[in-house]
Write a protein that binds this ligand. Sequence first.
Ligand SMILES: CC(C)(COP(=O)(O)OP(=O)(O)OC[C@H]1O[C@@H](n2cnc3c(N)ncnc32)[C@H](O)[C@@H]1OP(=O)(O)O)[C@@H](O)C(=O)NCCC(=O)NCCS
Length: 503
Amino acid sequence: MLVRDLMSAPAVTCGTDATLSKAAETMRGAEIGSLVVTHEGKVAGILTERDLLRAAAAGVDPVTDAVGLWMTANPDALGPEEDAAAAWASLTHHHYRHLPVVDGEDLIGVVSIRDLFGAASLRPAGEHAADAPRGLEGVVVATTTVGDVRGREGFYHYRQYSAVDLAAARSFEDVWYLLFNAELPDRTQAEAFGAEVRSMRALPPGLADLLPAIARAGSPLDVLRTSVSLFGSELGWKPVSDGDLETVRSEALALCAAVPTILATAYRIRNGLEPVAPRDDLSFASNYLWMMTGTEPDPAYARAIDQYLIIATDHGFNASTFTARVITSTQADLAAAICGAIGALSGPLHGGAPSRALDMLDAIGTPENAEPWLRRAVENNERLMGFGHRVYKTEDPRSKFLRQVAQDLGGSLVGYAMEVEKTAVRVLAELKPGRELYTNVEFYAGVVMNSCGVPREMFTPTFAAARTIGWSVNVLEQMADNRLIRPTARYIGPPPPQPVPPA
Ligand SMILES: CC(C)(COP(=O)(O)OP(=O)(O)OC[C@H]1O[C@@H](n2cnc3c(N)ncnc32)[C@H](O)[C@@H]1OP(=O)(O)O)[C@@H](O)C(=O)NCCC(=O)NCCS
């Protein structure tokens, strides 16, 4: 911010021969603490409240004594192009409270300490400390060792490893272990962990009994939310204040292991199919596809879904993760935190986009139709599903990775999707210049899942199956160093208290 932006203009002035009483009257009328004193159009001095006090203490007659005798002559001045930090340094270093701003020889304004306080949004202690930007964009609200997203670089990581490198080199179970234990497993640890979580896939009997009734009651994510709630009550989960970290860690492992079973069972019931029981000889991804389709998947599809799940396991302080942490901060139980997170994930601005991205590809229909279709949509202020991101202002690394996974899987959809992507990026750059809009994780997630036989209605639920791990680790981290998350809002309605009208 420059001095030009924060100064008060025009400056209120008086001549050197004005009387002190006239000057005091002008200051009071303008509700300011100083006057710039001019002589023949040039700055000759500055008269402040402090100077008036000095004159009063000396017993002078304000009606006859002239300003020129009491002002500070030839004061320092600021230039309009100096930055706010320079103004602050000058005022505080010399204990000034006001400085004239001159452009060449012309007086164009005054900068006061009050202007600087205003620019810094300082408020009296006890009121709001500061206004956070809308959507909390860029605001750090916690510390974490789970991972982070570096939007400008197009990079994100789990613990100390690039998530994309993990997806290329390790299994989903290894990444799950990494998030829960803060280190990658060696072979023995991986085998023991794999056996442990494979043994937890069956549903608690109470939930299994109720699932047919709730499976048809709403969308698959609604069903998951309700099922997680029942899962927690069935297993007697307590508010987190009553449980030590180890207890909640075990609860979280059990939930993460059972979410695919909930999803696949409910999917089959909704579609009039017999549920398929989980197997403990298959990987997380293979077993998920097995339970959903009833056939053992092609290893290439199982690996592609395994990689998609790794890519989707966690992603910084996104809306659903923040939701889970807010709920945990109240010491509610794990089920409450995960239900809240699922609710946040269901919105199209967060996790609800992959099926919509595929719907968009269907609606466009052909590569030739992409340009007019996309142009019309953006001109009508519609959002292109699978494009744009709050944090990434470059290509989303997840999209880049999944594009390659989709290409490796082959099929006609990926080539068409890439054509549409190219056109959309060009149209967005033209119609939304400077917004830096590229594909996000959702665009190719839909393509990959579609190629592997995951039904469209299961795209976001599959995302949720992976993200339950990220949410759970964040819940554990919040528990380990908790403080109730309770921000405040600035009230901007009619000034209270208004008289309450009689009934
Ligand atoms: C993800 C998303 C919510 C991020 O939003 P955000 O950080 O709040 O960005 P904003 O809403 O401030 O958008 C900034 C500008 O880019 C435009 N924009 C952002 N995403 C866009 C998209 N997908 N299609 C068209 N325009 C888009 C906005 O219209 C806005 O334009 P304006 O400055 O003329 O008003 C947003 O990009 C979006 O809605 N994407 C589509 C849904 C999606 O893919 N969700 C999955 C997310 S992983």
